[in-house]
Design a protein around this ligand. Structure first.
Ligand SMILES: C[S@@+](CC[C@H](N)C(=O)[O-])C[C@H]1O[C@@H](n2cnc3c(N)ncnc32)[C@H](O)[C@@H]1O
Length: 199
């Protein structure tokens, strides 16, 4: 089972909202690809952070495509978004109160429909180098590229570049530096996180 949790690396996702959201909001739809999403906590966290930073009205335009090579990760998450309480303990208390409700089963909680329906899951192999769409405003790929060779990383990041609209954003984990071969494709928007804007 993949290692992931709700509100992992919240600092970077908050910086995403600060640096990328103003530009993303200019478009009719805010299209996001979370590549290597595991069992859903990351794309749902992104949706919650966006909802916290946007009005209810604008949030209706958010479309998150969450993909992973291992669809056994998804299970009932796609249809139900039900998680055991144990997996929800790192969520800030006021956020938990706002977005989760008891599921009627002991120690299980269900994510509210507003957040759940903003995320669509699908199986996808990043090493196919075929983007799922080519009109994303933001691509998040965290704790995945480290599993690839340097050559594969370069090819996957180039594929992400081709999947972004002009001025779109790419975000990865703090320890994943941009390969020199990809430096002409993006500019880093802050030194505090690995958030890049398509040139
Ligand atoms: C450590 S988890 C990271 C989950 C989440 N992004 C996070 O940071 O919490 C790595 C995920 O990458 C997925 N993965 C590995 N190789 C992949 C590939 N070639 N294409 C798509 N996903 C892949 C794994 O199935 C796993 O769910």
């Amino acid at each position: 089972m993949a290692f992931t949790f709700f509100f992992r690396d919240q600092q970077t996702l908050d910086l995403m909202a600060e640096y990328a959201l103003p530009a993303l909001k200019q478009n009719r739809y805010i299209r996001i690809w979370d590549a290597g999403c595991a069992m859903g906590p990351e794309p749902y966290t992104i949706a919650i952070i966006l909802r916290e930073n946007m009005g209810k009205f604008l949030f209706r335009n958010v479309r998150i495509t969450a993909s992973d090579i291992d669809e056994s990760n998804f299970g009932d998450i796609i249809s139900e978004a039900v998680y055991p309480e144990e997996q929800l303990k790192r969520i800030p208390a006021e956020i938990f109160q706002r977005y989760f409700e008891p599921n009627g089963q002991p120690d299980q909680f269900r994510l509210c429909d507003e957040i759940r329906t903003a995320v669509q899951f699908q199986r996808h192999d990043l090493l196919s180098l075929q983007p799922v769409r080519t009109d994303f405003g933001l691509i998040v790929c965290k704790n995945v590229l480290l599993h690839f060779t340097q050559e594969q990383r370069i090819e996957v990041i180039r594929m992400f570049h081709s999947a972004l609209v002009d001025g779109g954003f790419f975000l990865t984990e703090q320890t994943q530096k941009l390969p020199p071969e990809c430096e002409s494709l993006f500019r880093q928007v802050t030194q505090a996180a690995q958030i890049f804007q398509k040139i």
